[in-house]
Design a protein around this ligand. Structure first.
Ligand code: M6R
Length: 611
């Protein structure tokens, strides 16, 4: 969702804030703004559009000052326009505030404040919070930080906020509930960010704010207290990110860079964990809970989007290898449908960002009901990683492209390791274990071979770039990959696409088949291959245009399909790690050819921190 950046120190704030906003732009990109306190007081610049539009508005007239805040917006209340863009300032423009989240009771507060004579320029819930802070100050004459704290006790909903004031140019306030915020500690200077991206080039020392916490930062130091006014000692963490990891590194788009990074991402994900010579899997983060997991009556996987798709692969993996029943839930449904949870259940959540509001809500619901909760996250120190009882990091490196790619394959890799670990010494013999580990360790090189087919896939994309609809079909382990292929295409190219288990086609989607509808079949030579070939025949018989992904050396599909992509052979349970990749590349190239903004697709944001 929205991105927040803040700075207080001795350097000019403007370039730090603008640079930080560029790093955060993947969180939201419909408008952007900064507020800086200079010698002449509070200066605000904001505009509809991207951060480079904001840069154009301040070109030639830089904002001077060494304390400030910035925001890149993903609209919730009110359309993207200059007025609704953040920062929002107080009446008389003495302080300014940026906000990520939703103030749910904003209407009631707005009504009360309007009755008191306050006026509002924007449609946002954020401006209501600004007026509320003003109102607290007017009534109590409290210092700004205290007024902010008291105002926050009155709001219902979620927020990550940052505030600066011309009345106190040595003050930067930030607070969070439900929307992430990190404090970066420099030498006589401090930074605020919605995540580590804007901080990493300035400092590695960070404090993760937790929900209900507020930090008051001055050049001389910072104090963290709860919204209930209890002072806290917070641990300082070391960031693991490298600057190069959040740069495009010569690629046109982060998405392509991240697709191409998959061999190393998977190697990093498996490093020290997959030990074929010892016939062992080591998952340090699960050490304390692995017996509970093995003895679980049921594992419930909760996640959203791409992470939900990897969860479906996880269901197939864990059930077939470890014989533990698994259910996969949309995290957004889990909390609200009063799920049956029993002693013996374990909840496993999957989230690249570790900040997805719905997934976090599932964690809290499970823990509230006394159910152990395990997390698979990519972002170290993220809220889900901190709130779960135990977990496994992906170690895939930062994922900036809104369309998730390397996180998907890394999640499937972690789930594969988990399934093998749960099966170790129980349902898998030592010989089977050794064989499976060898096969898993060989996957990154096979991924390299698939990536080498990029040009062939680009040529294919050129043929299908004008299609209005796509169907993706797969079975078994590759049914979730079909869903993921369809999601990738719709997200970044805006082509309507649906994924189905291949055999479901004749229960409805077959009615859609005509020569204008590309149908992508994942047809690996596995236990369901013959059935999938029958489905391909059914589409071909109706003049459908078929693209198939199959094993290298398989020429059987050539007469039935318009395109056949042949990828390296692997074990059936590992095929999703290879079959997902041509689908990522196909979506990428089609989106580029259609002139779509691949890294910042319309209406989407990388990290969905509102419900
Ligand atoms: O950070 P998370 O894995 O929790 O995010 C979940 C979804 O929002 C995410 O996978 C989304 O569907 C992506 N845009 C897919 O490419």
């Amino acid at each position: 969702m929205c991105g927040i950046v803040g700075y207080i120190g001795t350097q000019e704030a403007q370039s730090i804030l603008i640079n930080g906003l560029q790093r955060l732009e993947y969180r939201g990109y419909d408008s952007a703004g900064v507020a800086i306190i200079g010698d002449d007081g509070l200066q605000i610049k904001k505009t509809k559009g991207k951060v480079h539009d904001l840069e154009s508005t301040i070109e030639g007239a830089p904002l001077q000052g060494s304390v400030g805040i910035g925001h890149t917006r993903w609209a919730t209340h009110g359309p993207p326009n200059d007025v609704n863009a953040h920062p929002h300032d107080s009446t008389g423009s003495t302080f300014a505030l940026v906000h990520n989240g939703i103030i749910e009771n904003y209407n009631a507060i707005r009504k009360k404040l309007a009755e008191k004579g306050y006026t509002f320029q924007s449609d946002t819930d954020t401006e209501v919070l600004v007026r509320l802070i003003e109102d607290v100050r007017r009534a109590t004459d409290l210092p700004l930080e205290e007024a902010v704290r008291q105002a926050l006790t009155q709001v219902v909903g979620t927020y990550g906020i940052a505030v600066v004031s011309e009345e106190d140019p040595d003050l930067l306030i930030a607070a969070r509930k439900g929307s992430p915020l990190i404090l970066g500690i420099g030498d006589g200077e401090y930074f605020i960010g919605s995540d580590a991206a804007p901080l990493v080039e300035h400092t590695r020392q960070v404090v993760y704010l937790s929900d209900g916490e507020m930090v008051t930062v001055r050049r001389s130091g910072y104090t963290v207290r709860t919204i209930d006014n209890v002072e806290l000692e917070k641990e300082v963490h070391e960031l693991e990110w490298d600057l190069s990891e959040i740069q495009k590194g010569g690629y046109d788009h982060f998405m392509l860079k991240e697709i191409m990074e998959q061999p190393t991402a998977l190697e990093d994900c498996m490093r020290g964990r997959v030990l074929p010579d010892q016939q062992q899997i080591t998952l340090g983060g699960l050490h304390q809970v692995i017996d509970d997991l093995r003895d679980a009556d049921r594992i419930i996987i909760a996640a959203c989007g791409t992470s939900w798709h990897s969860g479906l692969v996880g269901e197939y993996l864990i059930e077939s290898m470890a014989r533990i029943p698994v259910e996969v839930e949309y995290a957004s449904e889990f909390r609200y449908r009063n799920p049956v949870l029993r002693k013996g259940d374990v909840v496993l959540v999957i989230s690249q960002s570790g900040e997805t509001a719905d997934t976090l809500a599932a964690v809290r619901e499970a823990r509230r009901r006394g159910i152990p909760c395990i997390g698979i996250c990519n972002v170290v120190g993220s809220t889900i990683a901190r709130e779960t009882d135990a977990g496994v990091y992906l170690h895939a490196g930062p994922e900036i492209g809104v369309a998730s790619t390397k996180a998907f394959t890394a999640q499937v890799t972690v789930l594969t390791m988990l399934a093998l670990k749960l099966a170790e010494g129980r349902t898998l013999s030592t010989a089977e274990m050794a064989h499976n580990l060898q096969a898993l360790a060989a996957v990154p090189d096979k991924v390299r071979e698939v990536l080498a087919m990029d040009e062939e896939i680009e040529d294919m994309a050129n043929v299908y770039r004008y299609a209005a609809n796509f169907l993706y079909l797969g079975r078994g382990y590759n049914f979730p990959v079909a869903l993921e292929g369809a999601l990738k295409l719709k997200e970044i190219s805006y082509i309507h696409a649906e994924g189905y288990p291949a055999a479901e086609m004749k229960h409805g989607p077959i009615a859609l088949i005509d020569r204008f509808m590309p149908v992508v079949f994942i047809a690996m030579k596995d236990s369901t291959y013959d059935k999938v070939v029958s489905n391909i025949e059914e589409v071909a018989a109706r003049d459908g245009s078929v693209i198939a992904i199959t094993d290298e050396g398989n020429g059987e599909l050539d007469d039935l399909c318009e395109y056949v992509l042949r990828i390296p052979k692997t074990e059936e349970f590992l095929t999703p790690l290879l079959t997902a990749i041509p689908l990522q590349l196909l979506s990428y190239h089609i989106a580029v050819m259609r002139g779509c903004h691949v890294d910042q697709p319309r209406n989407l944001a990388k990290s969905v921190t509102v419900e």
